[in-house]
Design a protein around this ligand. Structure first.
Ligand code: SF4
Ligand code: SF4
Length: 226
C-alpha cells in the first residue's frame, strides 16, 4: 500500500489563500489512506473541524472507495456535485496518485492534503515498512526474498559494507544488516550466495509507468494520463 503522512498544514492554508478560497470540499481514500490513518473518515472529520475552526467552510466531504481509481472517483464527484459547486477548492487526503485522479475528475483547483512517502508493507496495525522500490529488475530470487536495495539504508545491491558490526547495520544500529540476513536465510535454505550480483538494469523501471492490459501494451510513456 501507499504510505502517506499529513502535510504541513501551513502549506495547505497557503495554497488556499493563494487562490482566495473560503470553502473547500474534502476527499479521502477508502484504501491506503484509511489503513494509514491519514485519509479515512475520522481524519476527514478532524480536517473538517480544523478548517472550520480557522474560518474556512467545508462544503462537503467524501471518502471514495479507491481515490486513484478514475471511474470510481468520477462517480464520487458526480454524486457530490452540488457540494463541489459550492467549494472554491478541493483538498485530497490521499496519495499523490489519488490527488491527480481527483484533479482529472473536476475543473476545481485540487490540492494535496498529504505527502506520499513510500510503498509500504503492513507489518502490523499502524506499523509500515518499505520493502520494495519497484525497480523493475527484481533480484528477490537470488536474495532469499529480502530486497537489498530497499532494506539496506545505503541501497547496496551487494554487501555487507565495511560498517557492518557483529551482524548489525551501521546506519540502523538496532537492525540486523540486510546482507547478513540474506546470507543467513540462504544458508538456512541450503542455498549459497551466487557471485556478486551484476548491476541492476534500471532501464527496466517504467517511468512513468503505463500498462494497458486491454491491448497488451507496456510503455514507459504515454498511457491515458492527461
Ligand atoms: S529488487 Fe526491485 S522489484 Fe525486487 S523487491 Fe527490490 S526494489 Fe522491489
Ligand atoms: S551494515 Fe549492511 S544494511 Fe547497513 S548500510 Fe551496511 S550493508 Fe547496508
Amino acid at each position: 500500500m501507499i504510505i502517506t503522512r499529513p502535510r504541513d498544514w501551513s502549506r495547505i492554508k497557503a495554497n488556499l489563500a493563494e487562490i482566495g478560497a473560503r470553502s473547500v470540499f474534502l476527499v479521502g481514500c477508502g484504501q491506503c489512506a484509511t489503513v494509514a490513518h491519514t485519509g479515512g473518515e475520522q481524519e476527514l472529520l478532524e480536517a473538517k473541524a480544523r478548517f472550520e475552526s480557522e474560518g474556512i467552510a467545508v462544503a462537503g466531504w467524501a471518502v471514495g472507495e479507491v481515490a486513484c481509481h478514475l471511474g470510481g472517483t468520477r462517480l464520487t464527484t458526480r454524486k457530490h456535485h452540488g457540494e463541489l459547486d459550492e467549494a472554491d477548492a478541493i483538498v485530497v487526503l490521499a496519495c499523490g496518485a489519488g490527488v491527480q485522479t481527483v484533479a482529472d475528475s473536476t475543473s476545481k483547483p485540487v490540492f494535496p492534503g498529504l505527502d506520499s512517502v513510500f510503498l509500504g508493507n503492513v507489518i502490523r496495525h499502524g506499523v509500515f515498512e518499505e520493502r520494495c522500490q519497484m525497480c523493475g529488475d527484481c533480484v528477490l530470487d537470488l536474495t532469499a526474498g529480502i530486497c537489498p536495495v530497499t532494506t539496506c539504508p545505503k541501497g547496496l545491491l551487494n554487501g555487507p559494507c565495511g560498517g557492518m558490526w557483529e551482524g548489525k547495520c551501521e546506519v540502523l544500529t538496532d537492525r540486523d544488516c540486510t546482507h547478513v540476513r540474506i546470507q543467513r536465510r540462504l544458508a538456512e535454505q541450503g542455498r549459497r550466495q551466487t557471485d556478486v550480483l551484476p548491476p541492476k538494469d534500471y532501464s527496466k523501471k517504467l517511468k512513468p509507468g503505463a500498462i494497458n492490459l486491454r491491448d497488451g501494451r507496456t510503455t514507459r510513456s504515454g498511457g491515458e494520463g492527461r
